[in-house]
Design a protein. Sequence first.
Length: 428
Amino acid sequence: MTTRVRFAPSPTGYLHVGGTRTALLNWLYARHVGGKFLLRIEDTDKQRSTDEHTKVILDGLTWLGLDWDEQPVFQGARVKRHQEVADKLLAEGKAYMEEGAIRFRLPPGEIAWDDAVHGRISFQGEDIKDFIILRSDRTPIYNLAVVVDDLDMQISHVLRGDDHISNTPKQIALYRALGAPLPVFGHVPMINGPDGKKLSKRHGATAVGDYQHMGILPAAMRNFLALLGWSPGGDREIMTLDEMIQLFSFAGIQQKAAIFDMTKLEWMNGQYLSATPAEDLLPLVAPELEKLGVKGNAEVVVKAIAAVKTRSRTTLDVARQVAARLDAKHVQLDDKAKQEIAKDPAGYKASLEASVAALRDTDWTPDQLERRLRALAEQQGVAAGKIFQPIRIALTGGTVSEPVNELLSVVGKAAALERLKTAITAPR
């Protein structure tokens, strides 16, 4: 039998981190075993379900590279099928009418399953009340709709958040009443914020689209989300998509809640930025530069991206650093730079004056620039850093950058010399 898994979001809000992680784990499993990953939009709440939210969900999955194998199923279009099954259970005496609604008669006895994550989980039928499956207005309740849809879509594995564990015995009872085989159930841990409480807006962004706008790369987001509650074994953290697919197993899913750590996500994104060719980052950085009012031809921008990407955490960070290299108005002294200048203002200016004089007639290549500046340091009897650091501060406003010879090359001769002269005369 072909493995068929599904992601079943409700389009009543944006695509949240928890739901996205569930979608990713399902997708990885389907790809690992050569099965099918299906999408079902659970839009039965007509008041709150919108086409806009459906589009956001589809766009978010597409951004992350999670493709689905068949046309999405819309639960709201299947109400007649849900009604038909409820009426069948009523006719068979497995459900009964109460105040116009149909209520499922829950049989006594144990309801247990071997959870793919938690192992054996058991409930007693006597502890679960008979529950409504069809309201008096003939609209289906979640637990009925999900079982009917999973049966009709031939879902073999139901992997979802462990907040659904309490729904599972009710759904198992419905499968049994319908004489249908059970899928494999697996419940993945919740995602908590750094304070140990369930991830919510108070922890910052919780919608996947927000991270896209914050300059996170889809590959980094995918890698980060996969490791929220799943471990491939060993200490490996950075993985290609193919590696994740190859290594994925239910056995690697942890039982304890995962912690969403923004610092870790930005670190991981930085690793991906470093490894991504500057040309590939251009389409992501160019719109941000446009917002900052910075113009530059593609060749110049790519050169600047290549220089700064290894010290960046997001594409917004890349854009800000590129902007500072291509347009002097984006250079602002940070606190560390101000402190550095304040230690010896006269020495700072004198160093820049010497550098301007030394660089005026230098060929503007990284090799030649480095040679010239090191020769200047030797002439002055100082460490090279004493020459490099004032230039770095004058050109970027900060104390950390790419090597100064590369920085000068990226900024360009005329612009760099102009900035150095401005820094010499600027009041401090």
